[in-house]
Design a protein around this ligand. Structure first.
Ligand code: BES
Ligand code: MN
Ligand code: ZN
Length: 502
């Protein structure tokens, strides 16, 4: 969709709907609201004084313009207290406006939200608006014989002050990159397992890499055998689908140094294997590649914004199926780094493929590793659906990831990883066992992956609760959320900024 930044012609802008922000209190003497109010002969001020609109968050109101301005309607969007206005608020208000507009089948929108703003500069404001609009406009088309006609936005105009126009255009570019990376991840998570096989997932990752000139390598089964990737091969044993391991290098500086590793769990369907899952809800396990999707989505953002950082992205992918050749409880396998693992539950498969994934990222030169995975139902029990669970071996790196998440507007909380938890994953007959029992399941799962990061600074993000939404919310419809795309991309962006300042 084309997004234009304009500085003049609020009243002559052709649009289905002109979206104007309104804060609590009184109408200011200047700005979009005052200009529109004047053109409508004081109609907005009247609504305000008659308490039909208040400026509260969540307050929205359509006004017909009867030809008094070029836009057919105005949508007033409540922004709450001016003093509390933030990037997040602006993003959500924009998303709410899109939802209202689409409900009314209005698809050509013009936004004059940001002049209610004192705290945000033009770049941040237009970033927030663009991101909110594009995230809220997301739909997964599905597979109906006849495509359902769901309204989607056709065009977007953002008004801003003359002196901020260049910054605002840059903000649009950033917001577009972040939203489209997130929406790409959502698409991947929403695709069913028969469409998104490991081969297709690998192709999708490769497409993104090649679009932005990144180096890409896809390991096939014989390569995995050569590397001794017993974790990925073990999980794949029961499947008729070929396993893949995608390795992508994004080099943003002259030397391949200070490399950030992103490793994403790519289980395209998790039946549990021989430790078969119960039937109800098993379909949702098509989304068990949310970690891989987050990595691919982040590469989309990074490819567009080109931060001066180096990234080694690794996606081990297979499905997890039961069959006569499948991995069995009691089996012992050997991961790429030689560590042996006793399998107690074949449904704890994510950590097995991540073990090899993390080893391979280090092989590629990763100096830091973030792994992302829909790893444990226990993460959902502990933190619910809004907060991603983290485990780390390094305070400083954890802090950096926390700051990135806060900046990106994604919620993240660290779980304790004290030594005694490690005892839960010790095996009598191998170096590790793949489950640590019911207690502290997300922590022991994380620590299992950490055994392969070893001394490398590492953060584990368990997105089992956050990668899939059962209900619509302002910023996304039910289904894949694309969680952590923006955190990963922000981590890369912030490192780039720091580098430039030095
Ligand atoms: N993919 C699941 C975790 C999951 C559960 C993701 C719910 C999203 C929603 C993972 O592979 C799994 O099955 N984990 C087991 C681990 C257990 C066997 C130790 C779990 O959480 O029950
Ligand atoms: Mn599982
Ligand atoms: Zn799984």
């Amino acid at each position: 969709m084309e997004i234009k930044v304009v500085t003049k012609g609020l009243l002559t802008q052709q649009a289905d709907c002109l979206v104007i922000g309104i804060v609590k209190g009184t109408i200011k003497a200047e700005g979009a609201l005052a200009e529109a109010d004047q053109a409508l002969g004081g109609n907005i001020a009247a609504l305000f004084s008659d308490s039909e609109i208040s400026g509260d968050r969540n307050d929205t109101q359509f006004i017909h313009t009867y030809g008094k301005i070029a836009a057919r309607r105005i949508l007033l969007v409540g922004l709450g207290d001016e003093a509390e206005l933030s990037f997040e608020e602006l993003r959500e208000a924009s998303a709410r406006a899109v939802k209202e507009a689409l409900k009314a089948k209005l698809t050509k929108l013009a936004f004059a939200l940001s002049d209610a703003w004192s705290g945000l500069d033009a770049k941040e404001a237009s970033h927030a608006i663009t991101e909110g609009v594009l995230l809220a406009d997301y739909r997964f088309p599905g597979y109906h014989q006849k495509e359902e006609l769901k309204p989607a936005l056709e065009s977007l105009v953002i008004f801003c002050a003359e002196q901020g126009a260049e910054d605002a255009r840059e903000g649009v570019r950033i917001g577009q990159a972040f939203a489209e990376g997130t929406n790409l991840a959502r698409d991947l998570v929403n695709m069913p397992g028969n469409y998104l096989t490991p081969t297709v997932l690998a192709e999708k990752a490769k497409e993104v890499a090649e679009r932005y000139g990144m180096e890409v390598e896809i390991l096939e089964k014989p390569d995995m055998e050569r590397y001794g990737m017993g974790g990925l091969l073990g999980v794949n044993q029961g499947s008729v689908q070929a396993p893949k391991l995608v390795a992508i290098k994004y080099q943003g500086t002259d030397k391949w140094e200070d490399v950030l590793g992103f490793v994403g769990k790519g289980i395209t369907f998790d039946s549990g294997g021989i430790s078969l899952k119960p039937g109800p809800g098993m379909d949702e396990m098509k989304g068990d590649m949310g970690g891989a999707a987050a990595v691919i989505g982040a590469l989309e953002v990074i490819g567009r914004l080109k931060p001066d950082v180096n990234i080694a992205a690794v996606i081990p992918t297979t499905d997890n199926m039961p069959s006569g050749s499948a991995l069995k409880p009691g089996d012992v396998i050997t991961a790429m780094n030689g560590k042996t693992i006793e399998i107690l539950n074949t449904d704890a498969e994510g950590r097995l493929i991540l073990a090899d994934g993390v080893c391979y990222a280090k092989e590629m030169g990763a100096d830091y590793v973030v792994d992302l995975a829909t790893l444990t139902g226990a993460a959902l029990v502990a933190l619910g659906t809004c907060t991603t669970a983290a485990v780390t071996n390094n305070e400083e790196f954890m802090e950096e990831v926390m700051i990135s998440a806060a900046e990106a507007g994604e919620l993240l909380w660290r779980l304790p990883a004290y030594k005694p938890y490690k005892d839960q994953i010790k095996s009598k007959i191998a170096d590790l066992k793949n489950t640590g029992g019911r207690n502290a399941g997300s922590i022991t799962a994380g620590l299992f992956v950490g055994e392969f990061a070893e001394e490398t600074p590492w953060v584990h993000l368990d997105i089992a609760g956050t990668s899939w939404a059962d209900k619509d919310n302002d910023l996304s419809p039910a289904g894949g959320t694309g969680v952590m795309v923006r955190t990963l991309a922000t981590l890369a962006q912030l490192r780039s900024v720091n580098e430039k300042e030095e």
